[in-house]
Design a protein around this ligand. Sequence first.
Ligand code: GLU
Length: 670
Amino acid sequence: MLISGVAAFLLLATPVHGKMPGIPKETTGATKGIVAVSHPAAAQVGKDILQQGGNAVDAAAGIQLALAVVEPQMSGIGGGGFMMIYLKDKQKITVIDSREMAPRKADPKMFLDAAGKPVPFEQRHTNGKAVGVPGTLLGVETALKQYGTKKLAEIIDPAIELAETGVTVNWITAKHIKDSEDKLKKHKTAGEVFAPGGKPLEEGALLVQPDLAKTLKLIKEKGPDALYRGEIGAALVKEVQRTGGAMTLEDLKHYVVKEREPVRDTFRGYEVVSMGPPSSGGLTLLQILKLMEGYDNKQDGPLSAAYLHRLIEANHLAYADRAAYMADEDFYPVPKKGLIDKEYINERRKLIQPDRVNTDVKAGDPWQYEGKKAVQALSLTDVTPVKQTTHFSVMDKWGNLVSYTTTIEDVFGSGIMVPGYGFMLNNELTDFDAAPGGVNQVEPGKRPRSSMTPTIVLKDGQPFMAVGSPGGSTIIASVSQTILNVLEHEMPIQEAILSPRIFSSTYPIVSWEDGIEQDVVLKLMGMGHVFREQPENIGNVQAVIYDLENGKMYGGADNTREGTVLGVDAVAFSWAEPAAPKAAEKGAFVVQVNGHPYPFTANQLLLWNGEPYVQADKLLLGLNARQASFSADEIKRDGRLFLPVKRVAEALGYTVTWKAREAVVSLQKP
Ligand code: GLU
């Protein structure tokens, strides 16, 4: 009796580990709150606020203001964002939408040149016309008033101090300054702050921002009115007009923060709650997850060709609908139900073939699934480059969560800094279609379509995870893959974040992160996908996760910045700069298919009697040719078999040209 009594007690007292996905086994979790942020100084501000009894919204407000100082290239009071909040006591999820608005003088043709062609992004985004009326400051204050426990004036002090005493420039900020040098110098003021005397600040330099400190003090004293109705706003409008924009003080006065209902659906017994219009993020994310739910992904594994093929195809389908139907729903209705209707998703899933890329993906007709008449969708391809802003996640000791993606659009936004006030202005209006005619065309007072996807995942109505990423349209891919890695592949959160991601919104180009095996890439290329020549970083995910069984909190951060997770009572880490991947050795020649090079390594290529050969198994994989009918052509070198590219490809129906002088074998398939 006694023994079994002790055993029963032990069973009750010992936390049961490992039943919830995403929970790291080796780490002791926090119980008093946790933050996951892309910069350690801002993470510290959030942790301090939690420690001093603030709730998740207070901490999020403090983190945002601190990020505006320590990561000024990514977000700030000159930008906008979506703060998603889970309120434990009300069991409610809401979003504070502080997305930028188009000024009243904006019009659908404002990004066309004299010939009626869209001005290229590179020119259009550094002009005052690209600046949307900013919402972040009013958004932060609204969130605090509605759901926080502290006042803006109490939360802002650490940001003022960081601006006044300075922050050490880290490796990633130094890189961003260097990469943006021309843009920063274009309008002078920002150049003087980030490249004083014309020299970009380097890693280790102290970034002191007295003008920004002055601005934050004014806000502490006068509240957001200092910007929306006061001297900061007057200076802002003057600079926007000087650089080609038409924003006025009236536009600032009429800025409105909106509280929004998120969009939601289930995935494998979890509820995924994400950002609805004016973001395309949530609906596209839910479409991808629901399309993927129809497969046994776990069995194939997260880095298998079969899984990645389906994932790419699911992305193509979802992004096609995104381009056609998603925009600011205060201007155009969005088929929010139809897009994630079960029947509709099942129909769309039928367009995914198991071993061949679909070269002709079009938007579907989700309106039919809402009982509305079929609509001819106008699809515009999203061609703006990948951006990077910032995402952070917070959980407090009461179980409230914040998932906040916040932006000034491009790195350093428009490059325009408000003279004398020290903060960067966004270029968010470039998120509108540059050409008129679609649901996302520029219109006065409208919010540009976003991809930001702050997300909260619930299990049985309880908080489980807060996750999000920057990265422009790649955001949705990063968030969906992190969620799939946790819920489908059962990776602990940190591994789920670091696991290599892919991004492909339209056929055929696929961006990919280092770590996907060459054979997998070749196999996918054999199915018709085109992998970019070099891997690249995609997104920057910060997440917090909660073990409902033992009441512990954990976090994950990305290593492409100084991502930091700080728990109030346990968990503390920051990422150092990752080692740069070694440049691949150049081979004797390049093999291209329809102009796209294959990722063969130097030792897989061989020139024999002036003819190009490729290691047999790799060539056959990349050309999706399984037959052994080429054995007569094989030659053996260093114990490996090689095949002549020209003969094999021609036998498979390609037209082949071998340009010996340029060392390029070019394969064309009609
Ligand atoms: N402007 C982008 C969007 O709203 C955000 C850029 C980013 O977060 O990287 O989709």
